[in-house]
Write a new protein. Structure first.
Length: 345
């Protein structure tokens, strides 16, 4: 029962993934007329869950059957033995009644324990994955480490970095890359190369989404593996090629992750205005015909109410408002028209 419940939970997780992907990418599904195939994938997972559930119900029935047979079989055996003893005048009716009463109390309690044990086994099967996730120790901690005191100059160095993705260890993406970006606040460094040559991989290593297998990434002269991740990420900002927005307001998306506890409402609005002007998002966010609520406009799930260029400019504003020591742009203006791209750059 525990094994089958584990199978049921695992297959339900796969079904949820199929459903989530289908609904999240519904336009792609419709564009390629693949609705029937998505339904078949979900149905296939559903059938596996059904079969596992049917087997589990069968084992539950067998378990209950054996429990009841043992319970009532024991009662029948006691009645048979007691009748023989009574016929030989070795026991009285009162003693038989007392014994039967105590035996019923005991056996029914054992039956309840057996039923509970079966349910516990099923629950343990369902919770195995949860326990596994709770006990999982990530290779890169989300907190803990050193904080650099004093002036932060934003110096970035990549020293002889070699890297493979954990999901594709047979391919070495970076083969001894070294790079140095000085602490000049106006310094701009562009990584150029063919698709798949490792540009985004370098960005991921600077963000410490991964650790290199050899070499290291140094910020302000310190290896980022030694720094507190929360503090380090407060010093840098990233705008990715495909910007991700949350289903809140424009204001909430721009100020996402920013500590604003010590600032007034006017100061916050002023910061948002400055960031929007720099990212060329000020005009469209203040267009009362399109956005009558200005910064309080809801962007919808994953920013579905905004165009690609608008989402990208909001993402750029979200990065600029942090005033980072290091700004990472991974093809951050790919969705902008030439004029907007020129103004942003």
């Amino acid at each position: 029962m525990r094994t089958l419940q584990r199978t049921i939970q695992s297959e339900k997780g796969k079904m949820n993934t199929v459903a989530e992907e289908s609904f999240s990418n519904i336009r792609t599904v419709k564009a390629f007329s693949n609705e029937d195939a998505e339904i078949l994938k979900f149905t296939a997972g559903n059938l596996i869950v059904y079969e596992a559930g049917r087997k589990k119900a069968g084992y539950q029935a067998i378990f209950a059957f054996i429990t009841q047979i043992l319970l009532y079989g024991a009662m029948a055996a006691v009645v048979y033995v007691a009748s023989k003893l009574y016929q030989n005048n070795n026991i009285s009716i009162g003693e038989i009644s007392s014994f039967m009463f105590y035996m019923l109390m005991l056996t029914f309690n054992f039956a309840m324990v057996a039923m509970v044990f079966g349910n516990v086994a099923a629950v343990m099967g369902a919770s195995d994955k949860i326990v596994e996730l709770m006990q999982y120790e990530p290779a890169i901690k989300s907190s803990g480490g050193e904080i650099i005191e004093g002036e932060i100059n934003g110096l970035l160095e990549i020293r002889d970095v070699k890297f493979r993705y954990p999901t594709k260890t047979d391919v070495q993406v970076l083969k001894g890359v070294s790079l140095s970006v000085d602490n000049d606040s106006k310094r701009v460094v562009a990584l150029c190369g063919t698709s798949g040559c490792g540009k985004s991989s370098i960005i991921s290593l600077i963000e410490r989404f991964y650790d290199p297998e050899e070499g290291g990434v140094f910020f302000n002269g310190r290896n980022i593996a030694e720094l507190d991740p929360k503090w380090y990420h407060s010093q840098i900002a990233i705008v990715q090629q495909e910007p991700v927005l949350f289903s809140g307001t424009i204001r909430e998306n721009i100020t996402y992750g920013l500590d604003l506890d010590d600032k007034s409402e006017d100061e916050i609005t002023s910061l948002i205005d400055d960031a929007c002007r720099q990212s060329n998002a000020f005009d469209f966010t203040h267009d009362t015909d399109l956005f009558p609520l200005c910064y309080e406009t809801l962007v919808g799930e994953r920013g579905v109410k905004l165009s690609g260029g608008q989402k990208q400019r909001i993402a750029i504003a979200r990065a600029l408002i942090r005033k980072p020591k290091l700004l990472l742009l991974d093809e951050a203006t790919s969705a902008l028209d030439a004029e907007s791209e020129h103004q942003v750059q």
